[in-house]
Design a protein around this ligand. Structure first.
Ligand code: UGA
Length: 430
């Protein structure tokens, strides 16, 4: 497994737990050292135990030296980063290509090279080309095997997936991939074999579709606010239609994270480059970016239109619960906009404050939710961590200067909050 980022580490640990022998390779020596000591570079529920167990049982190894790992491998996974390239939004493939070259130099015997990183259509062809050029004698196949792991639920998503997509038309490679995923046959997980380019596109299409779904319900939420309807009931009302499905219909402050923003952008670039623009995704990218910014205005309006000199207590900073990931989190748009309007921000997040402290300025990071709202003029819920769902609201009231609650995740019931004497503003509900 080349790369011990989110995907590489979770996939490596899960494959090891299936009984395979996995070596995770990373250039970052201190990361490898920490992993060997059982210290995880990311927060993902259950990952530390899974890694510890498989290290102890000698199925999972960490190294900075790719030589042995690659030489002896039946399959080598490329799970390195594909960040958005500065300036044009295309996925930056330099790490993928670098890994391909390294693998080519070191592989021995028939090797299946698998791209697990999210890569634009045609990357597999390029990887194949690089390997062939570097090692004209090599016996290998390049396969696309996209991941569909949600942060915070990644282990379950890996072990009990809705489907596994494998992009290859080579029989020998199909056999190796089938063997790797054999433990899933017991759960009757569909394993979909497709052509490589199709598989690469499935990944982008899946993420873009989910981003469209979220953005759709977010815009319906805005309309609900105007016409006095309730977006949660609209979601339920449409989601019970099996053709629509009820998941990913929670209105909120806009999607963030390491995947949807990057992948939607990369898909629109690819589509435009090929003269087949996907206008719905162009629009979603634009609407979502504007939405994250608009959330600050929503908070300011809830506080009477002027926040200068006021204090806001933020609950949640990460882009979603059960992760410390701050990438493209709505809080990164909301907090600077509130500060620019003159507000002071206090914040608490169970996992992401360390990460957030590098990305935000002048925020008072607090010890817990009540500490964050102490002396604040409003409490704003940005991430729906479980521990925020059943706050002691009477205690919250004694902490707040003004009983204003802005709930950007709709975790409380409007009628109940009104009864308790709060001025309560949520998303798409009255
Ligand atoms: C997403 C996909 O769900 C995974 O299938 C995919 O493998 C992954 O990207 C990836 O490409 O690696 P992730 O970014 O971890 O996973 O998080 P999601 O649970 O999908 O949430 C993304 C964003 O959408 C979050 O900001 C979340 O708050 C928001 N969201 C999600 C909503 O606003 N409403 C919803 O109903 C669902």
């Amino acid at each position: 497994m080349i790369g011990t980022g989110y995907v590489g580490l979770v996939s490596g640990a899960c494959f090891a737990d299936f009984g395979h022998v996995v070596t995770c390779v990373d250039k970052d020596a201190s990361k490898i050292e920490r992993l060997e000591q059982g210290i995880m570079p990311i927060y993902e529920p259950g990952l530390d135990q899974l890694v510890a167990k498989n290290v102890k049982e000698e199925r999972l190894f960490f190294t900075t030296d790719p030589a042995d790992a690659i030489k002896n491998a039946d399959a080598v996974f490329i799970a390195v980063g594909t960040p958005s390239r500065r300036g044009d939004g295309h996925a930056d493939l330099s790490y993928v290509y670098g890994a391909a070259e390294e693998i080519a130099q070191l592989m021995d015997g028939y090797t299946v090279v698998v791209t697990k990183s999210t890569v634009p259509v045609g990357t597999g062809d390029e990887v194949e080309e690089i390997i062939r050029k570097t090692r004209p004698d090599a016996e290998f196949a390049v396969v696309s095997n996209p991941e569909f792991l949600r942060e915070g639920a990644a282990i379950k998503d890996f072990k009990v997936p809705d489907r596994v997509v494998v992009g290859t038309e080579e029989e020998r490679a199909k056999e190796v991939m089938s063997e790797l995923y054999r433990p899933l046959y017991l759960n009757e997980t569909p394993i979909l074999f497709t052509a490589r380019r199709t598989s690469e596109l499935i990944k982008y299409a899946a993420n873009a579709f989910l981003a469209v779904k979220i953005t759709f319900i977010n815009e319906i939420a805005d309309l609900c606010e105007k016409v006095g309807a309730n977006v949660q009931e609209v979601s339920r009302g449409i989601g019970l239609d099996n053709r629509i499905g009820k998941k990913f219909l929670n209105a909120g402050p806009g999607y963030g994270g390491s995947c949807f923003p990057k992948d939607t952008l990369a898909l629109t670039k690819t589509a435009n480059d090929h003269g087949a623009p996907i206008r719905i995704v162009d629009t979603v990218v634009e609407v979502n970016a504007a939405r994250k910014k608009a959330m600050a205005t929503k908070i300011i309006d809830a506080m009477g239109g002027d926040v200068s000199g006021k204090t806001i207590g933020m609950l949640g900073l990460a882009f979603k619960p059960n992760t410390d990931d701050m990438r493209d989190a709505p809080s990164l748009d909301i907090i600077p906009a509130l500060q620019a309007a003159g507000a002071k921000v206090r914040a608490y997040d169970p996992e992401s404050m360390k990460e957030a402290s590098h990305m935000l300025e002048d925020v008072v990071f607090c010890d817990g939710p009540y500490h964050a709202i102490e002396g604040a003029d409003a409490m704003v819920i940005v991430t729906e961590w479980d521990q925020f769902r059943a706050l002691d609201l009477d205690r919250a009231k004694t902490m707040l200067n003004e009983n204003i609650v802005v709930d950007l995740r709709n975790i409380y019931a409007p009628a109940d909050m009104a009864k308790r004497g709060f001025k309560y503003v949520s998303v798409g509900r009255e």
